[in-house]
Design a protein around this ligand. Structure first.
Ligand code: LIP
Length: 273
């Protein structure tokens, strides 16, 4: 099995690096975009081209593999996770950043087999940050091993957090209440505008935890493998096991911090993918 995963990973990595060139042409920002579910949920032609490059390349090499791609699902495709090898892809995670030229956008590619994350690639081609992990083989930034922080207390923790891409009133209310809670109780809040890169900051040990309500499987599949291989935990924000289709995630360097956050956060339950 691990030989296959190495082969799958190497093929994906080569395609991700190629697709990254489509993003780096827009250092000042990709000003042409369309709206999806709200006026802050954007998609560009590059999102679609990157996803097409990855899915075509991987399905040519591995015809029996399945795909969950953000833009394919957005265009009406199935969002179905089976036991088959499934690539869970966000072609440009942080599309709002990409449009504005804020250099924190990435290609996020996760591989799940039997519904378990076995490989993750998160690549920010603008800043040349390549986060990678394979199950049981550790997590890396540009080929160097990375490890989560050992922070166990919220009062000393730096938490990454997002405002999201929907203006749903109930979600907003929970998001703002949680923002205030974390600011009052912790060391501070940071918001990169990309779930995948927020999770990589946890894997790097630069942030102590990340949580979000409203993300999708493609935002977190790769980051979950990278955080876990860096020694961290990825769970449901209420403390139970992570369900990548629940649109809820909590990643942390330690179980203790994760559980304290789970007891502290105001919960929100989006409609599942
Ligand atoms: C984004 C996520 C981010 C979240 C946004 C959006 P996109 O992904 O990475 O964490 O807050 O709502 O979903 O839409 O840029 O691929």
């Amino acid at each position: 099995m691990s030989d296959n995963i190495d082969e799958f990973f190497e093929a994906a990595l080569s395609l991700v690096k190629t697709a990254g060139n489509l993003i780096t042409e827009y250092r000042e920002g990709c000003k042409l975009f369309e709206l999806k579910s709200s006026d802050i949920d954007l998609v560009t032609e590059i999102d679609k081209k990157v996803e097409e490059t990855l899915i075509n390349g991987l399905s040519n090499k591995f015809p029996d593999h399945k795909f969950i791609g953000e833009e394919t699902v957005s265009d009406g495709g199935k969002c179905e996770l089976t036991d088959d090898p499934t690539w869970v892809i966000d072609p440009v995670d942080g599309t709002m950043n990409f449009v504005h030229g804020f250099p924190h956008s990435c290609i996020s590619v996760g591989l799940m087999i039997n519904k378990v994350g076995v490989a993750g690639i998160v690549y920010n081609p603008i800043l040349q940050q390549l986060f990678t992990a394979k199950k049981g083989q550790g997590a890396y930034l540009n080929g160097k091993p990375i490890h989560v922080s050992q922070m166990t207390e919220l009062k000393k923790a730096l938490i990454t957090f997002e405002t999201g891409t929907s203006r749903d009133e109930e979600r907003y209310k929970a998001m703002l209440e949680n923002f205030q809670l974390i600011v009052n109780k912790g060391h501070g809040v940071r918001s990169l505008g990309s779930a995948a890169l927020n999770m990589c900051m946890v894997a790097l040990g630069g942030a102590d935890a990340y949580f979000e309500f409203g993300i999708h499987a493609w935002d977190i599949a790769a980051g979950a493998v990278i955080v876990r291989e860096a020694g961290g935990v990825c769970i449901d924000p209420a403390g139970g096991p992570l369900d990548v289709l629940s649109r809820r995630v909590l990643a942390a360097g330690t179980t203790e911090l994760a559980q304290e956050l789970a007891q502290t956060l105001v919960q929100f339950y989006p409609e599942r993918d």
